[in-house]
Design a binder for this molecule. Structure first.
Ligand SMILES: [Fe+2]
Length: 269
C-alpha cells in the first residue's frame, strides 16, 4: 500500500480556525516545511479557501465530522460541505477517525470509540466505502483518543486491521491518541505497533507540547515506530495553541530536522 503514495516529508498540522497565526509562525522558521495538514470544518469554507491560497506546500486535509461508525444515513448536508471542500483543496489525501460523533440531528461533541461487534464493523466498512466514492482523493483513517469500547467479540487491533484492509484505507498514526487511549483502557503502544499492519501507516501526526511528561511519552512512541522501520509518507507536528502558546521557533525547527532524519533520511535530500 505504502508505494501508492508520494513521499511528502515533514510538516505541520493546524486548524483552519485562526489560521493566520500558524501560517505566520511557519513562514518565519529557518527550517522550511514540506507539507501542511489542514484541519477543516464544514462551517469554515471561506477561511479554508484563504489558507489554500496562501500555502505553497502540498496539503493533506483532516476532519472529525463524518461519524463513520453511525448506523444510520449520514448527515448529508455535512458530508456535502466536506466533500466540496476536499474538491477545492485537492489534497494529496484526506482523513477522518475510526469513531462515532453522533447521529444526523445530535452531535456527541466528542469522538466516541468503536464498539467491537461484527455489526459495528460492517457499519464502518459500509460508511467508509460509501464516502470513498464521493471523491477521487485517497482517504485515510486515524486511531481515536478512546481507541475502543471493550464490548463485542473482535479484538481491538484486529478491528483496525480488518477495517483498513476491507476499505483499502491507509492509517494515520495519531500518536497523541495512543497515549490518551491508555487513560481509558490499558493500551501498550508496543503491542499496538506490533499488531498493526505497518505498511498501512501512510502518515504520522504528533503534537509538540510544553508538558514534558506528555512529550516524553509521544517521543517514546515515535522512537519505537522508527525502530520498527515505519516509513510514513508524511510526518506532521501538530501545532496547538491551548493557551500555552506556539513552540519556540528554534525548537520547532530542530524537531522538523529530527523527523526528517528519523523517517526520511533515505528518500529526502
Ligand atoms: Fe485527528
Amino acid at each position: 500500500m505504502n508505494n501508492k503514495f508520494p513521499t511528502l516529508g515533514v510538516g505541520a498540522t493546524f486548524p483552519v480556525f485562526n489560521h493566520q497565526k500558524y501560517i505566520k509562525f511557519l513562514s518565519s522558521l529557518d527550517e522550511k516545511i514540506d507539507v501542511v495538514e489542514l484541519i477543516i470544518s464544514p462551517f469554515l469554507e471561506e477561511d479554508m479557501k484563504s489558507v489554500v491560497k496562501e500555502l505553497k506546500t502540498p496539503i493533506i486535509a483532516h476532519c472529525t465530522w463524518l461519524s463513520l461508525g453511525t448506523d444510520c444515513s449520514p448527515n448529508k448536508d455535512v458530508v456535502k460541505k466536506i466533500i466540496n471542500q476536499i474538491e477545492y483543496i485537492s489534497p494529496v489525501w484526506w482523513g477522518d477517525h475510526i469513531c462515532f460523533n453522533g447521529v444526523p440531528e445530535i452531535s456527541s461533541g466528542t469522538l466516541l470509540p468503536p464498539i467491537l461487534t461484527r455489526s459495528s464493523l460492517e457499519t464502518f466498512i459500509r460508511n467508509i466505502n460509501s464516502i470513498k466514492k464521493e471523491t477521487k482523493f485517497p482517504f485515510m483513517l486515524e486511531n481515536v483518543p478512546f481507541l475502543f469500547n471493550p464490548l463485542g467479540e473482535i479484538d481491538p487491533l484486529d478491528f483496525i486491521n480488518i477495517l483498513l484492509e476491507r476499505t483499502d484505507s491507509g492509517l494515520i498514526l495519531g500518536v497523541e491518541n495512543i497515549v490518551e487511549s491508555n487513560e481509558y483502557y490499558p493500551i501498550d503502544y508496543k503491542e499496538f505497533l506490533n499488531s498493526i499492519n505497518l505498511d498501512k501507516i501512510i502518515e504520522i501526526h504528533c503534537p509538540l507540547v510544553k508538558d514534558t511528561k506528555k512529550q516524553k511519552q509521544y517521543n517514546e512512541i515515535l522512537e519505537y515506530a522508527a525502530l520498527l522501520g515505519v516509513k510514513p509518507k508524511a510526518f506532521l507536528w501538530q501545532l496547538k495553541d491551548n493557551n500555552t502558546g506556539l513552540p519556540d521557533k528554534q525548537y520547532f525547527s530542530e524537531c522538523v530536522k529530527w523527523a526528517k532524519n528519523t523517517f526520511f533520511s533515505e528518500v529526502l535530500t
